[in-house]
Design a protein around this ligand. Sequence first.
Ligand code: HEC
Length: 141
Amino acid sequence: MSGTFSKSMARNVFYGGTAFFVLLFLALSFDTQQALPQRDNRANLTPAVAAGKKIWEVNNCIGCHTLLGEGAYYAPELGNVYKRRGPDFIKVWIKNQPTKVPGRRQMPQFNLTDKQLDDLVEFLKYTSEIDTNNWPPNIEG
Ligand code: HEC
């Protein structure tokens, strides 16, 4: 064994490494695609959930909140708020904003109808049932 690293060895490492990681990428992508139908809660995507998501977007809730970790860090994570607080709390909470409690961050009043609140709660319920490998790690997060 000579201690030299030839051009052809370098080429083989390059092609071999590239092929290995391309195959690994394809295998993991395939695995993800196989797992998604069981995990993303698509069976429970109803028209009410879709309507709720629209209300979520139109009112830019994500401008202050995170949803499953994505969004702004001004206000609490809402991916699991349905499990944390339940449907009635969420509706009463949204109706009663802003709280004007001194020293607390404020959430605006959106003047949503009862139907819009129901749809929003359906969307948050759907989100809370996505299998996220138990993320966030605690119920307050
Ligand atoms: C301008 C920023 C802002 C926007 C936009 C906003 N929120 Fe909030 N939200 C807050 C803040 C701040 C709190 C926490 C207030 C507190 O704890 O006193 C909060 C709290 C909440 C809570 C209670 C969370 C908990 O853990 O108890 C819910 C539910 C909620 N928001 C839903 C929404 C929805 C739905 C929207 C969109 C329609 C929205 N928020 C838009 C700022 C915002």
